[in-house]
Design a protein around this ligand. Structure first.
Ligand code: FAD
Length: 312
């Protein structure tokens, strides 16, 4: 049984999500190849070749792949699918864009956001916003799977796989790349950050969010997150949203400030190693998952915390 992992990368470097997906793939089979589909992505392919347990890296190069067009990645993956029993991709926005297309073209059901591999055809995945776990057994001849990266440890380095160039597939004739606007930030990327500081509706305004949450995050070297209520109210940008309809994070430390802990928010952060909550309502549901809870007004608690961190 052979497995193809579609790498998450930015052409120049490989994202940690790839290493985590390789761990899931190795639990399915010992024969794991990695597809690096991009433009001038040799550096990312070389990095993939160093992941322990990888058999071979396939490197495909085209403008459409470099622009991340889902149609192009889909055509390429489908053209390679004959040699594989399973295709795994990290459950990123990009992966969730092309993976269902691959499944549809192969006429199989996608198995979404697995958090555990039981055996080569049986997987565990969360349902109902993480309130229940479903064990899925697939009898499809090919499995097309998205992997929740926070549920798997990153595969280590030490591999020496070969890198093989493959054709770029049919391309994306009906789609044209227009523009990409990337948010540049000196802070760590939210889904991979070791520490996340998130603010909720309690902030009351974008100015307050920036005044309270961002300096604390910078002090801790953390990424900034937000509840949906904070995002919907315009206090924080959309890509900060943590939760069922936002990003799923599992950092070493998650600090929730003025967030009630609605089930849809918990779905995105409850697997964090240590959860700290500051909320003035002692009955807020966030305290049910918090390891350390402070019933306090953040307007007093956060400056005290900043002072203590400065003194430390
Ligand atoms: P609130 O629930 O209003 O909580 C604010 C908290 O701040 C309260 O607990 C209050 O006690 C506290 N507070 C107020 N003032 C202070 C103060 N001065 N000091 C300290 N504490 C204070 N939500 C998400 O976050 N992510 C999602 O991905 C998401 N997806 C959703 C998907 C669906 C289909 C639906 C229906 C909802 C979704 N939601 C999501 C919304 C979710 O249900 C909640 O509405 C939202 O999480 C609430 O955000 P909040 O905790 O910031 O606001």
């Amino acid at each position: 049984m052979a497995v193809l992992v579609i790498a998450d990368h930015d052409n120049a470097s490989l994202k940690d999500n790839t290493h985590k997906t390789v761990t899931a793939a190795l639990a399915v089979s010992g024969d794991v190849d990695v597809l690096v589909a991009g433009k001038d992505a040799k550096a990312a392919a070389d990095a993939a070749a160093k992941i322990a347990g990888v058999r071979k890296v396939l490197l495909a190069d085209s403008d459409a792949l470099g622009q991340g067009l889902a149609e192009a990645v889909t055509d390429l993956a489908v053209s390679l699918a004959g040699g594989y029993d399973a295709i795994l991709t990290p459950a990123t926005s990009q992966g969730k864009n092309f993976s269902p297309r691959i499944a549809a073209k192969l006429d199989v059901a996608q198995i979404s956001e697995i958090i555990e591999v039981v055996d080569a055809s049986t997987f565990v995945r969360p349902i109902y916003a993480g309130n229940a776990l479903e064990t899925v057994q697939s009898s499809d001849s090919k499995k097309v799977i998205t992997v929740r990266p926070t549920a798997f440890k990153a595969a280590g380095e030490g591999g020496s796989a070969s890198v093989e160039s493959v054709g770029a597939g049919a391309g994306a004739p009906k789609t044209t790349f227009v523009d990409q606007q990337l948010v540049k930030s000196a802070r760590p990327e939210l889904t991979g950050a070791k520490i996340v500081v998130s603010g909720g509706r309690a902030m009351g305004s974008a100015e307050e969010f920036q005044r309270v949450i961002e300096p604390l995050a910078d002090k801790l070297g953390a990424a900034v997150g937000a509840s949906r209520a904070a995002v919907d109210a315009g206090y924080a940008p959309n890509d900060y949203q943590v939760g069922q309809t936002g990003k799923v994070v599992a950092p070493e430390l998650y600090v929730a400030i003025g967030i009630s802990g609605a089930i849809q928010h918990l779905a995105g952060m409850k697997d964090s190693k240590v959860i700290v909550a500051i909320n003035k309502d002692g009955d807020a549901p966030i305290f049910q998952v918090a390891d350390f809870g402070l019933v306090a007004d953040y307007k007093a608690a956060v400056p005290e915390l900043m002072d203590a961190l400065t003194a430390a």
